[in-house]
Every structure is written in structure tokens, then in C-alpha cells.
Design a protein around this ligand. Structure first.
Ligand SMILES: [Zn+2]
Length: 414
């Protein structure tokens, strides 16, 4: 699928080192080239998961069926205090298995003890935006600044540009005004983007209106935060004014439908955002509010809920949803090197088998990918030209060891 309008090309796809060399046509392989038979496969760009909290895989299914604030205060935050570098590492590995298995080659994460997650990402071979996470008041934030600057200095652009360090203030209800201003300054200093939760719940919205007389996004704008590129996770309660702000400032949105539904928050105005020209990507959020990191499932859900929510089957068609996980997901993270299959782009490739009964007949490949495919149809994943998943096997990660270690780490957090 090439950029501009989604387009299907039949022919050879040629990768050279980390990049795509040729899309379509016939290529005569040279000696030493590896040739993979793509018969009965659809090849798509590596998927982009724009909002995760990777080590939360260890908190999967520990607390369900409750609202965000009860879930955070009574169940998640007390357990997160018990995290050690070891639990973060194995939780990250576990998340990477899930990401790769569902075709993800780039994700954006917000958590802490980030060096552990980076170590796991480096071994996995896929790409990541790692959040320099910020929570608390100005004093706490200023104390953490040297650590955040060191994180950026050590890892920005690592692994051939696959690792990016973004600035990630958690939300307006966990960061005070001065902290949010510092986060914006740091984003400018790092010349990167900001990743933040915005308008996830009715309570966040009501509290902002009560305390500041404006919506969470308008409040961020009033602090000058929207002067830097921002990708906002959720936006469930975005108003028409918020949508205009997204359009007029450099604000993109990451839609996390599973998490928004599971926590009973509702459904973000994605159609309106897209109509206004705002870039919207897709994310899974953390594995304990989803409860998996399966981007194929997230695409499927996205394709359905807006039609049902707004009683209009024309909304968010299969092309638009596939774009949200690829081309638009890249735009939402302010990336121009990933998200499409074009010469010169990073060779992030997913091969989806079309041989299963639910992929037959193959009358419309895009509809098949979004409405019918399962992540088990993914046969190969390449990240920067390197195979990270082939025929059910992880080539960079030890699945059995990771699952065993993650199981015991999860028990230690209970
Ligand atoms: Zn989140």
C-alpha cells in the first residue's frame, strides 16, 4: 500500500539494508539475496501502536470492571510501587512479544525505569518512542530533570534512529501547571514531541472545567504547552473547540478504543477529528485496561464502534482504519520515515497470510485485513529489514523464558 491514496501493487518488494528499495515490478535477485515467496500473502507496512505502557502487561487481569480513578488509586498505583528494574524488564519483554506478534514495528511508550524497557526494545529489534515520563509538582519535576536529560542524551536516535525519546507528562490531573510548562520547555530543548493523556474521562473534563473554566486541551493551550508538537492519547471528550485547537496547533490524537470502552469512558470523536484534518493514530493503551496489545484487534474494533456509536455505517471505512495503524499513525507521531511502503522508507514490513477460511474469498484485501484478519494470520514481521517474527517464531526474543519470568514477576507485584 503506497502513500497518498491507499493503493494495491502486485509485484516484488525489495529491501536493502534498513530501507525499502523497490515496490512492485519484477526484480532479478542477485547472488546472496534472500528471496521470500509472498504467494497468498498481503504485505502491509509495520503497524504503529501510538500509546502503550509496556510493563503494565504484568498487571493484566489484576483489576477489571471499574472506573479509571478507582482502578488507578486502589489497584494499579499500589502495585506499581513494587516494581523493580527486573519486573520492568520482563514486563517490557512480554509486551514486545505481543506487539511483534500483532505486526507492530513502532510503538510509543509512557512509563518509568525506561532504561529497562529500552534494553528490551534493543534486543527485540523494533522501534520505540520512549517517554521521558513526568508526574508531580514543580519541585519533584526539577529534581528529575537531570535524569530525563540523561535519558535523552543517551538514547535519542539510538539503534539507527529506531529509538526516540519523547517528553511524556502523564496528564493535567497528575502534573501541576508549572510542571506542564517545564515539560513543554523540555520538549523544545529535546526537539521532539510531547506524549500526554488528554480528556480521557468525564471526571477529568469536569474537574478541568471546574478548576480552570476550560477543557483539558484548552488549559494546556493556556499554559503555552501546545506550542510544541503534541500527541494526545484518548481525546474522548474533545469538544468542537478542542478539535479546532488540534487542527490549528500541532496536536495529533491517538485513539485507544478498547481501553476507552473497557473503562466505561466512551468513544472519541474520531470522525470529526479526521474531517478537520487532524492526524489520528491508533493505540492499545496498557495491557491492564485493554487487556492485550493486539493492534489487529484494535483496528477491528475501531472499524466497528464509530459506525455503531453514531449509527452511520459509512464512518471509518477499512482504508481509513488501516491508515490509522500505518500512514496516519506515523503522522500522529510526527514521523515521515515509516508508515507506508515506498522506496526510501524504513523496511518495516508485515506479511499477512490469506490462506485461512476467514480470509477466503479475497474480494477486497483492505476489508479482509480490517474486518476479517486475525493476528494469527501474520506470518512474518520485518523491522528495518530484519526479520523479527517468522512463521510463529520470534527470532530476537525467547518466548518461553519471557513468559515464565513475566509470570513470576507479576506474582511478585500482587
Ligand atoms: Zn494510557
Amino acid at each position: 500500500m503506497a502513500s497518498k491514496e491507499a493503493e494495491f501493487i502486485t509485484g516484488d518488494l525489495v529491501l536493502e539494508d534498513e530501507l525499502i528499495l523497490q515496490v512492485g515490478g519484477v526484480y532479478a535477485p542477485a547472488q546472496g539475496d534472500r528471496v521470500i515467496d509472498g504467494t497468498a500473502h498481503i504485505v502491509i507496512p509495520g503497524l504503529i501502536n501510538g500509546h502503550t505502557h509496556l510493563p503494565m502487561t504484568l498487571l493484566r487481569n489484576c483489576a477489571d470492571d471499574m472506573d479509571l480513578f478507582t482502578w488507578l488509586n486502589d489497584h494499579i498505583w499500589p502495585r506499581e510501587e513494587k516494581h523493580t528494574p527486573e519486573t520492568i524488564l520482563w514486563g517490557s519483554y512480554l509486551g514486545l512479544l505481543e506487539l511483534i506478534q500483532s505486526g507492530v514495528t513502532t510503538f510509543s511508550d509512557m512509563y518509568f525505569m525506561q532504561e529497562q524497557t529500552i534494553a528490551a526494545v534493543l534486543q527485540s529489534g523494533i522501534g520505540a518512542h520512549i517517554g521521558a515520563t513526568i508526574m508531580g509538582n514543580e519541585g519533584e519535576t526539577r529534581k528529575r530533570l537531570p535524569m530525563l536529560r540523561e535519558l535523552h542524551a543517551s538514547w535519542q536516535g539510538a539503534q539507527g534512529g529506531r529509538i526516540r525519546i519523547d517528553v511524556a507528562p502523564h496528564a493535567i490531573y497528575t502534573c501541576d501547571a508549572q510542571t506542564l510548562r517545564i515539560a513543554a520547555e523540555l520538549t523544545e530543548e529535546f526537539d521532539t514531541a510531547m506524549h500526554i493523556h488528554v480528556s480521557e474521562t468525564a471526571k477529568e473534563q469536569d474537574d478541568a472545567l471546574g478548576a480552570h473554566g476550560m477543557t483539558p486541551l484548552a488549559y494546556l493551550d493556556s499554559l503555552g504547552v501546545l506550542q510544541v508538537p503534541v500527541y494526545a492519547a484518548h481525546g474522548v471528550f474533545f469538544t468542537p473547540g478542542d478539535i479546532n485547537l488540534c487542527r490549528d496547533k500541532k496536536v495529533s490524537v491517538i485513539h485507544n478504543p478498547s481501553s476507552n470502552l473497557k473503562l466505561g469512558n466512551g468513544c472519541a470523536p474520531i470522525h470529526e477529528l479526521q474531517q478537520s484534518g487532524v492526524s489520528v493514530g491508533l493505540g492499545t493503551d496498557g495491557a491492564s485496561s485493554n487487556n492485550n496489545l493486539n493492534m489487529m484487534e484494535e483496528m477491528h474494533l475501531t472499524s466497528l464502534i464509530h459506525k455503531g456509536w453514531l449509527a452511520d455505517p459509512r464512518l471509518l471505512n477499512a482504508y481509513q482504519v488501516l491508515a490509522m495503524a500505518t500512514r496516519e499513525g506515523a503522522r500522529a507521531l510526527f514521523r515521515d520515515d515509516i508508515g507506508t511502503l515506498e522506496p526510501g522508507k524504513r523496511a518495516d514490513i508485515v506479511m499477512v497470510s490469506t490462506e485461512s477460511p476467514h480470509m477466503t474469498p479475497l474480494l477486497n484485501p483492505v476489508a479482509a485485513l480490517v474486518y476479517s484478519a486475525q493476528s494469527s494470520d501474520i506470518s512474518r514481521v520485518f523491522s528495518s529489514g530484519r526479520a523479527v517474527y517468522e512463521s510463529g517464531d520470534f527470532t530476537t526474543l525467547d518466548k518461553e523464558k519471557i513468559c515464565a519470568e513475566a509470570e513470576s514477576c507479576a506474582r511478585a507485584l500482587q
